[in-house]
Design a protein around this ligand. Structure first.
Ligand code: NAD
Length: 345
């Protein structure tokens, strides 16, 4: 039996997690393994109950978990809190040592008309973004001058940090189409020059993977010009943050995109979107991102066939013209979408 800690969080988090658990439970029943779901407060709801977004009780459960399924955190109710719900995310990732963020961006045939790009450009998009998650500018030295009119943030990476994330990307490329594009700004930034040197050095251990390097500004342009040229894209924390949102939009709706943050003892699996306070409580959210995050969770635990089944059930559901409101005005509710996916397993 595997222990899955569910951190539903805020806004639409509980709605989409309910559907992800519904589908995971159906998959585990079909494939004959047991999942034990343990629900804990996290984010804004934890601030309400404990005064902190990542309380001891949650931290202790996460420390013993086989995997963490996360909804989303944050919302206007906590925007003025000294410690915002989102700070819990950084603490959670650090506490689990989750340094590698994997974000697949694959377009489903049924969603080609939902992409902001023309069908002939978006079709065939199947990218895995590998983003470094616990280093770089979001964790570097920062400050604001006393007068408040100067501020700085620092991008800093060690060779070891670059090598470990690059290794994840090479391994992922090996399990896919064996092409890796490393994104940097090596024409200007020292940290990027080191990034490129480390990726080139590691490439010698992966002669079967074709490696290219691309400046981040060009990568942003190439993603909308011809997204199907990419297989695995390797990025630093900030570049990956930006480019992965761009890549996700190509695929139709932010609501359908999953992610996995791995590297430590237990992985964190969550849709890439936020808590969507504008639609929370309406049973209107798209649960597909959470459901597909559940599939990534199963794969991380070695339940590959069940993961594949979930991905196939999502595709069948969309092919049958079943959409939530983000994808079509003729739509089903969040819970009906969960039912539809579970029924196709
Ligand atoms: P958001 O992703 O919550 O919403 C952006 C837009 O996408 C909204 O119009 C929303 O309705 C829509 N959307 C998002 N997910 C959807 C889904 N599953 N189905 C249908 N529509 C969906 O981003 P935001 O509005 O910038 O942020 C809202 C809150 O979420 C903020 O407090 C922010 O800090 C937080 N946030 C949390 C996470 C996280 O928990 N990992 C990530 C991003 C933002």
């Amino acid at each position: 039996m595997k222990n899955i800690v569910v951190l539903s969080g805020d806004g639409i988090g509980p709605e989409i997690c309910t559907e992800a658990v519904k589908v995971l439970s159906a998959a585990s029943k079909k494939h004959g393994f047991e999942l034990n779901f343990i629900y804990k407060d996290f984010g804004g709801c934890a601030i309400d109950h404990y005064g902190t977004p990542f309380p001891f009780d949650t931290r202790s459960a996460v420390g013993k978990a086989d995997a963490v399924l996360l909804g989303a955190v944050g919302g206007p109710a906590w925007d003025k809190c000294a410690k915002r719900p989102e700070s819990g995310l950084l603490e959670l990732r650090s506490s689990l040592g989750a340094y590698a963020n994997l974000r697949p961006a694959r377009i489903y045939k049924a969603l080609e008309d939902s992409s902001p790009l023309k069908r002939e450009i978006c079709q065939g998009t199947d990218i895995l973004m590998v983003r470094e998650l616990t280093g770089g500018i979001y964790f570097g030295k920062r400050g604001t001058s006393e007068s408040g009119d100067r501020a700085f943030d620092t991008e800093e990476y060690s060779g070891a940090e670059i090598e470990r994330i690059a290794r994840v990307a090479f391994e992922q490329a090996r399990s896919r189409r064996r092409r890796l594009c490393s994104v940097d700004k090596a024409n200007i930034l020292d940290s990027s020059k080191l990034w490129r040197r480390c990726v080139e050095a590691l490439a010698k251990q992966y002669p079967d993977v074709e490696v290219t390097h691309m400046y981040v500004d060009n990568a942003a342009m190439q993603l909308v010009r011809c997204p199907s040229q990419f297989d695995v894209i390797l990025c630093s924390n900030m570049f990956g943050d930006i480019l992965s949102d761009e890549a996700s939009m190509i695929c139709g709706s932010i609501g359908t995109m999953p992610s996995a943050s791995i590297g430590g003892k237990a992985g964190i699996f969550e849709p890439i979107h936020g808590s969507a306070p504008d639609i929370a409580g309406q049973n209107a959210a798209d649960p597909i991102g959470a459901v597909l995050s559940g599939a990534m969770l199963l794969r991380s635990l070695g339940y590959d066939a069940a993961a594949q089944d979930i991905e196939r059930a999502v595709e069948l559901t969309l092919n049958d013209g079943i959409f939530t409101r983000d994808l079509s005005p003729v739509c089903v509710t969040c819970s009906e979408m969960g039912d539809a996916i579970a029924a196709r397993l």
